[in-house]
Design a protein around this ligand. Sequence first.
Ligand code: PBG
Length: 329
Amino acid sequence: MSFPHVRLRRMRRDGFSRRLMREHVLTTDDLIYPVFVHEEKGRAPVPSMPGVERLSIDELLRVAEQALELGVPVLDLFGVPDPAAKTADGRIAWDPDGIIPRAIRALKSRFPELGVMSDQALDPYTTHGQDGLVDEDGYILNDETIEALVKQSLVHAEAGVDILSPSDMMDGRIGAIREALENAGFRNTRIMAYSAKYASAFYGPFRSAVGSAANLGKGNKYTYQMDPANSDEALREVELDIAEGADMVMVKPGLPYLDVIRRVKDAFGVPTFAYQVSGEYAMLKAAAANGWLDEKACAMEAMLAFKRAGADGVLTYYALDVARWLREG
Ligand code: PBG
């Protein structure tokens, strides 16, 4: 009988021994801050994401300065175009003077040391709110969409982006983008692939933030994003993206998919990221606003859970708060 010789509570008794045996730590180096950039002046709140605002490029520069000061390594840019400029083919997505290329240039010229990442998908720019081009039956065309994503990627690379992150889930897009980058001389542009991106209901507040919710209407993304029932399939997606030239892979959403992060990390050992999505953020905010949860404690616990599951970093709307909380200790 090992009891009472073995008592796991001994090590938990004091702060010093809890610290000694702590397996995982969170630092500001683990954070990527997603931001929404709009064509309007100033800032506009996103009602379903308290604390998140759409930013003009001037305001984006202010936020970037804060992020740098707090030690957050990377900002991830999402475009909110003028609704009147949307088309069925989403062609403003590859306009060199579009909102995102302008934002990239502004950030890289003002803060060259800040990592800048951008999203590749057509949904903010299309009249139907889908991530790709659509045929007469409403089916998302794979190869035609890839051509559009390659154009969007090259425009972002040309503007100086450090990390591309295709979030569309077309088959073969990582290979096509990587080849186009190589051919155009962008050898060091990194790619973080949204590899295991699920058709999740937790993206609702994001779709309101980029203004695609009304366009998408009752539409869904089941024919390209993954079924939440699957995880073997996630490993196949990750394997392909690595083979096609991704530098980093991502699992999305975050907390409900920690098992997938763990499987990916164990199987491939590549830089693996979790996206704590808009709905996860909204849930915490709503509960905190009602006084039902301690926001800081819950958000920090979620961050640590991502690390424990095997994530090297987290995309989170809490990034600046987390950096401040880490500083407070
Ligand atoms: C669009 C995209 C989405 C998110 C990131 N890129 C939404 C979607 O696929 O419908 C979701 C992010 C979030 O919910 O925070 N390609």
